[in-house]
Each structure stands twice: as structure tokens, then as C-alpha cells.
Design a binder for this molecule. Structure first.
Ligand code: NI
Length: 140
């Protein structure tokens, strides 16, 4: 019996949307006010969905202690209260929330072994959110 588990985490970070591959004018046209040199912040809501068989002895897909520990160590400590543009992950990658989503997915995919990673979803504002399910996966 397979079940899905979604856990929600909050973190805050700042970013500036700017590509070194574009001119100043192109950056302004592409990113608008998000290109302002001083950046701006978001309170991100991160949702991680994992799945797997329900363990017969524990009754769980995976232990929340393991999931929380991994996300705390590998994601929140890395990005919470940081300027995303200064992080090594975004030296050559524009820290849009699309790219933040795929970056977090890749970190989880590489290291979280307690259950299958299904999806990473990030709410950037009340009005927009982004999801990533990996390259070889189809949302069912
Ligand atoms: Ni923004």
C-alpha cells in the first residue's frame, strides 16, 4: 500500500533576478522591478512530497524526524535568511523560484533516502507557486 506524505516548511530569503548573459536593458525588460539592484525578500513556503509503502510496523511512509532533520540540515540551513544570489548554487543560475524549486529537488533527490521523492512545491507569494517533479516523472 503506497501513500504520499507532504510536509511544509517556512524560510525567508532575498534575491535579485539578474542574468549576467543579458545587458542591463534586457535584464530590466525581462525581470522588471525584480531586477532592482538592492533585491527584495520573500517568505517562502516549501512543500516536500514523498511516497512509499506504509511500513507495517510503524504505520508510516517515512519518519517525520528523518525528513525534518534532512530538510533542516540540507535546505533550511543553506537558504534561510540568506541572499540567494550569493549562494554557490546561484552563482551562474538566476535565483528565480523555478530554479530554487529544481535546486531543492536535486539536493533532496541526491541525499534523502528514506522515501521516494515525488515533488517539491514552493509558494513564493500568496499569488504564485512553483512545482517540480523531476525530469522523468509525470504527475498522476
Ligand atoms: Ni522575488
Amino acid at each position: 500500500m503506497k501513500a504520499h506524505l507532504t510536509r511544509r516548511y517556512m524560510f525567508s530569503a532575498s534575491h535579485r533576478l539578474h542574468s549576467d548573459d543579458m545587458s542591463e536593458a534586457e535584464n530590466t525588460v525581462t525581470y522588471g522591478k525584480c531586477n532592482n539592484p538592492y533585491g527584495h525578500g520573500h517568505n517562502y513556503a516549501l512543500e516536500v512530497t514523498v511516497s512509499g509503502p506504509v511500513d507495517e510496523s510503524t504505520g508510516m511512509v517515512c519518519n517525520l524526524v528523518d525528513l525534518d532533520g534532512f530538510v533542516q540540515r540540507e535546505i533550511l540551513q543553506r537558504f534561510d535568511l540568506e541572499n540567494l544570489n550569493t549562494r554557490e548554487e546561484f552563482v551562474r543560475t538566476v535565483p528565480t523560484t523555478e530554479n530554487l524549486c529544481t535546486t531543492i529537488y536535486d539536493i533532496l533527490q541526491r541525499g534523502f533516502t528514506y522515501a521516494h521523492l515525488d515533488k517539491v512545491r514552493i509558494e513564493e507569494t500568496m499569488m504564485n507557486s512553483f512545482e517540480y517533479v523531476g525530469e522523468n516523472c509525470v504527475i498522476q
